[in-house]
Design a protein around this ligand. Structure first.
Ligand SMILES: Nc1ncnc2c1ncn2[C@@H]1O[C@H](COP(=O)(O)OP(=O)(O)O)[C@@H](O)[C@H]1O
Ligand SMILES: [Mg+2]
Length: 599
């Protein structure tokens, strides 16, 4: 019931059309009853006195009924589909919006396939519940009422006797409904798992091929398929048992009527035509009753789906990524803020999972207009610091200040508009190079796009159709370095005060990297740059270098001072150099690819 009230308001915008659909649905049982009644006229009256006038009236009535029913059917189909379809769009939109705002933490714990099945099949099941469920239910309930009324008006005693079987019919129906609710929920869960498995196979297709895991994936899908099949089989078995059982019960009802109806014929309380249509009404009374049970099935599925959708919509706000708070950005224009550091990590502690801190007492100051490099072994926590900076997560302890203001003071939209991030894992969308660059800033002018593309080295990629070249799904038609250049261009079009490059140069060749360094030199006049990199050639030109180890900054200074300090940075550089010597490669030169400092 609670779920009804929850989702019924979705129909509100379409209530006019829904009303028309309802009216059309309600006309049908009336017409069906009238059509059966015509039989009585034929058997009792027309047979007695075959006057052509009565015959004409009956013929006309048949035609009229067919026409009106046809019209009602059209209205029912058309507007039913209209309302249902629009409701699906509205609900799916709301749910998708919710999903997109849920935190990375949430998405990390849930399979994509599950979320998709919630978005698609669960929303569809709610439509069945609200639209076809409501209209079918109403039409069937009305049929039961009208037809039962006809039975009583024909012969109350016979009607009572024939309805004796109803309790039995209902009992079997209730048992069936309960069992099928559980079973159909299982089917949906298994289907979601099946979808997830296939989705994972497709999204890792290159990996599957590299390791020749086709058979393994096939087996996995088959196992899921078997589980799904078993669940469906249970539903089919339940229905397989219920339908014949209710059929037999209904037949018992018919048998009773024939037996007692014959007596009523003899005593003259019922005409032949009366008995014929009595059987007609009775026969068509069971159909909507069984229909109601099938409807029960739809409704069980619908309720199960509605529960899951409501669960997602009702997730507490703590499951969302942080939003909250407002700070007038105007006070933070970079020009005005030049005197305060662009970014301060102030004793930040953070754990993805409780008790396993990834950042411990992480402190770092990035002066406005500077280029600061973060270096350190994989897993040290560099990308995590970038995630916190975007408020993908909030620190457990400590503060992060952005131009002097705690990040919590901004709503995420305001904040992220001021950040341009090239993430460590490049994600590209299906479409052209231009589509992917513009994704960084939807209102970017042609001039900005061209400049960003040029600065990121996209122009040199010798793309067959320039920026309008299609890059395939997830950029599969590009090399790693090419993907990275597009990701950099996408960040550059934002012209945001803080530019963050998280190992954004790892796949670039030396020339492209050199160009990027020149670009950064140009940008630094108006932007602050946080650079996570491994290559010495990139790192050494930064104003400041922070060495991250075990979730904290252990050393901070420029290349020369850190070398002189002879600490962690010097050790890392030394390790780098000895690798160079062993490989007998010339010392780091900006024109040659330099091996990684740390990896
Ligand atoms: N989404 C996540 N959930 C749980 N643990 C994570 C997640 N992302 C990273 N980690 C863990 O946090 C640590 C730091 O990761 P990260 O910040 O990506 O390191 P870096 O970028 O310095 O290589 C790693 O030990 C990693 O296992
Ligand atoms: Mg990283």
């Amino acid at each position: 019931m609670r779920l009804w009230w929850r989702f019924l308001p979705l129909l509100k915008p379409y209530r006019g059309r829904l009303l028309v659909t309802f009216l059309a649905t309600l006309v049908r049982p009336l017409l069906n009853a009238a059509k059966i009644y015509l039989l009585k006229l034929i058997v009792d009256n027309l047979a007695q006195s075959p006057t052509s006038q009565l015959a004409l009236i009956i013929c006309g009535a048949y035609l009229l009924i067919a026409l009106v029913k046809g019209g009602a059917n059209f209205v029912d189909q058309y507007y039913g589909a209209f309302v249902g379809g629009r409701m699906v769009i509205d609900l799916r939109q709301r749910l998708y919006d919710r999903f997109l705002r849920l935190s990375l933490r949430y998405h990390g714990e849930h399979r994509v396939g599950e979320s998709i099945s919630r978005l698609m099949s669960d929303v569809g099941a709610i439509e069945d519940l609200l639209v076809s469920g409501l209209t079918d239910g109403l039409s069937q309930a009305l049929t039961v009422l009208i037809f039962a009324g006809m039975l009583f008006s024909l012969d109350p005693r016979l009607a009572l006797i024939s309805l004796l079987i109803l309790p039995f019919l209902f009992a079997s129906l209730v048992v069936y409904a309960q069992k099928s609710r559980v079973a159909s929920r299982e089917v949906r869960t298994r289907l979601a798992e099946l979808t997830s498995t296939a989705e994972e196979g497709f999204s890792t297709i290159a990996l599957v091929k590299t390791f020749m895991r086709m058979e393994h994936e096939e087996t996995r899908l088959r196992e899921r398929g078997m589980q799904h099949w078993k669940a469906r089989q249970r539903v089919a078995t339940l229905r397989g048992i219920f339908v014949p059982v209710s059929d037999v019960v209904a037949t018992v009802g018919t048998v009773i009527v024939v037996y007692f109806g014959a007596q009523a014929l003899a005593t003259g309380t019922l005409t032949i035509g009366g008995l014929v249509i009595f059987l007609g009404y009775l026969g068509q009374l069971y159909t909507p009753l069984l229909g109601l049970s099938r409807l029960g099935n739809t409704m069980q599925g619908g309720f199960a789906a509605a529960e899951r959708v409501a669960e997602t919509l009702d997730l507490p706000e703590s499951e969302d990524e942080p939003r909250a708070a407002t700070c007038p950005w105007s006070v933070l224009l970079p020009e005005q803020a030049a005197s305060v550091p662009a970014l301060v990590f102030d004793h930040v502690t953070f754990a993805y999972k409780a008790e396993q801190p990834v950042l411990r007492d992480f402190s770092l100051t990035v002066p406005a207009g500077a280029i600061v490099a973060l270096v350190g072994a994989s897993g040290a926590g560099k990308s995590t610091a970038v995630a916190l900076l975007q408020r993908l997560y909030d620190p457990d302890n400590g503060r992060i200040l952005f131009f002097g203001h705690d990040l919590c003071e901004f709503d995420t939209e305001t904040l992220r508009q001021r950040l341009a991030v090239v993430p460590q894992e490049v994600s590209l969308l299906m479409g052209t190079v231009r589509d992917n660059i513009v994704y960084g800033r939807l209102d970017a002018t042609e001039e900005i796009i061209t400049r960003a593309a040029q600065q990121a080295g996209v122009g040199e990629m010798k793309l067959p159709e320039g920026l309008d070249t299609h890059i395939g799904a997830r950029g599969t038609r590009l090399s790693g370095g090419q993907r990275q250049r597009i990701a950099i261009a996408r960040a550059l079009v934002r012209e945001a005060p803080l530019l963050i490059l998280d190992e954004a140069t790892s796949a670039l060749d030396a020339l492209a990297e050199e160009r990027l360094r020149t670009t950064l030199e140009v940008l630094r006049k108006r932007h602050t740059i946080l650079l996570i990199a491994h290559r010495l050639s990139t790192v050494r030109t930064a104003d400041m270098i922070a060495v991250v180890d075990g979730g904290r900054v252990v050393e901070f200074g420029n290349h020369v001072s850190l070398l002189a300090r002879n600490g962690a940075y010097a050790a890392l550089v030394q390790a780098q150099l000895s690798v160079d010597v062993m490989q007998q490669t010339p010392m780091v030169s900006p024109r040659l690819p330099s091996p990684s400092l740390f990896s």
